[in-house]
Design a protein around this ligand. Structure first.
Ligand code: IMP
Ligand code: MG
Length: 215
């Protein structure tokens, strides 16, 4: 899906809603633009998956909004399942990956569409692809809303990409920072002080947990 893959301009003109003005510095991708693009992606997927035994496998929790919007545009007899992957990183850097939920549906011999929110270093997608391949599906294609190409460490690309974005830590439309901001209807960037404050709090809490209990 390389031809119509849009690149985002860093500053969209959309004003930040008053409710979020204190924390959100800018809107990178407004709600309407996401909606249009997700519909386009669904059309392409629909063409590619027609007549196939499709299982959509979505990664928790960041895909929640993207997935809901994507699959409502797919008129295919698909099945849906989730995999839980979590990284133990603090703040904006990811740490070691652990699987928190395995697939329940059998994907053997089926066509899998693997959906994630964002492709960053590629560690998550390559680990998950390895895991799903062990289950012997007929074919796997990958679909991400966002792609930070410049951050890639692993040799992995997605078959369907919503937007290619610059190296910024983004939140909203399912994506979180320290488990917050998933409910923003747009993709945006927080003020640096918000990232710093939360990172500081997380580090303090982690240091406290490491201290031996006082007698
Ligand atoms: P990767 O393993 O480095 O490719 O990172 C993929 C995962 O890191 C995604 O599924 C997200 O959960 C998280 N992630 C990476 N970049 C961002 C970001 O800018 N905002 C929020 N989460 C991110
Ligand atoms: Mg994620």
């Amino acid at each position: 899906m390389k031809s119509d893959e849009p690149k985002t301009s860093v500053l969209s003109a959309a004003p930040v809603p008053r409710r979020w003005r204190h924390e959100v510095e800018l809107i990178l991708i407004p709600e309407e633009r996401i909606a249009r693009r997700v519909e386009e992606m669904a059309r392409q997927i629909q063409r590619d998956y027609i007549g196939r035994e499709t299982v959509v496998v979505a990664l928790l929790n960041g895909t929640v909004m993207f997935l809901a919007d994507l699959i409502r545009h797919l008129s295919l007899p698909l099945r849906l399942d989730f995999m839980g992957v979590s990284s133990y990183g603090l703040g904006t850097e990811s740490g070691d990956l652990i699987f928190t939920k395995e697939l329940r549906l059998d994907v053997r011999g089926r066509d899998v569409l693997l959906v994630d929110d964002i492709l960053d270093t590629g560690r998550t997608l390559s680990r998950v692809l390895g895991r799903v391949r062990e289950l012997k599906p007929k074919r796997i294609r990958t679909c991400v809303l966002l792609d930070k190409k410049s951050r890639r460490i692993e040799d992995v690309e997605a078959d369907y990409v919503g937007f290619e974005i610059p190296d910024l830590f983004v939140v909203g439309y399912g994506l979180d920072f320290a488990e917050r901001f998933r409910n923003l209807p747009f993709v945006g960037v927080l003020y640096p002080r918000v990232y710093k404050q939360v990172c500081k709090r997380l580090n303090q809490a982690a240091a406290k947990r490491k201290q031996p209990a006082k007698r």
